[in-house]
Design a protein around this ligand. Structure first.
Ligand SMILES: [Zn+2]
Length: 281
């Protein structure tokens, strides 16, 4: 029996690491992005800077929920280049329209990150309208997570773990091992400017997802380059080269992630009637 249990847990673990949904930016990356986002809020939301600690601490929560909630995993990615409409520059952004074309099962299988982000944003507006601080904090933390996932290039592509190009494991190599080693550099790379209102949230979300998808090849090329130069995918030399070749784009994605999260948070707050933080205590 014990052996069977062990085999089952090995299979489950392998499956977990082979699906794109299994990988976040890494807990540390998510926490950094959420903490920094409050610096981008306009002066009218000054009191919300107090939310930084909570948003940082709870940034990884949606990943933790995957263990108990089977509907959670597809909310963390979209293999957007699966869709011919995306490849031809005319992505179907409306979820119902996409389901009408491909069926619900397929759409869920390819990941529902854009609409999970939108739903969380809408829930946040309602929480602000209700002046429900507990819910507002929770949805804000979730929103920060989903926005950050939408900026991780490998959460937006079919070849999410290099499995189609003989680069298996690139996902964790890039976003966990490499990012964790360079958190200090990423931390000091943020350049906060106050954000503006988002006019069309779903379009905004799809725009940053398309941007993230467009830089995937830079990461995959860097992985191949570092491997060819060092004949390794584990050595310090490999990781140094991976960072050297992707630093620029990683800093952009981290900065953009915090900025876009702040923009959606600010817009939700305005749409929710601009409740004062102190009154929500
Ligand atoms: Zn995630």
């Amino acid at each position: 029996m014990k052996k069977n249990v062990l085999i089952v847990s090995i299979i489950v673990t392998c499956f977990f690491f082979l699906t794109s949904s299994a990988f976040p930016w890494g807990d540390k990356g998510h926490k950094l992005i959420s903490k920094k986002a409050v610096l981008y809020l306009p002066s009218t939301m000054k009191s919300y800077k107090k939310w930084a600690d909570y948003l940082e601490e709870h940034a990884p929560d949606p990943d933790i929920r995957k263990k108990d909630d089977k509907t959670e995993a597809p909310k963390h990615y979209i293999d957007i280049d699966f869709y011919k409409e995306f490849l031809s520059g005319n992505m179907i952004e409306n979820e119902d329209s996409l389901i009408a074309e491909y069926g619900e099962k397929e759409v869920i299988k390819q990941g529902i990150l854009p609409w999970a982000t939108l739903q969380t944003y809408q829930n946040l507006i309602l929480a602000f309208k209700d002046k429900d601080k507990a819910k507002a904090l929770r949805y804000a933390a979730d929103l920060g997570h989903y926005v950050a996932d939408g900026h991780q290039p490998m959460h937006t592509v079919m070849n999410y773990n290099g499995q189609l190009t003989d680069q298996k494991g690139v996902h964790a190599r890039y976003e966990i091992h490499m990012v964790d080693d360079h958190l200090a550099a990423l931390d000091s790379s943020f350049d906060p400017q106050p954000v503006k209102l988002v006019k069309n949230p779903l379009e905004y979300i799809f725009n940053y997802i398309s941007d993230a998808n467009s830089v995937c090849n830079i990461l995959m090329d860097a992985d191949n380059f570092a491997f060819k130069q060092t004949n390794s995918r584990r050595s310090n030399a490999y990781y140094n080269l991976l960072w050297f070749r992707t630093k620029y784009i990683t800093e952009i994605q981290f900065n953009k992630s915090a900025e876009d999260f702040a923009a959606l948070l600010y817009t939700a707050w305005v749409k929710g009637g601009k409740p004062a933080f102190n009154k929500m205590m």
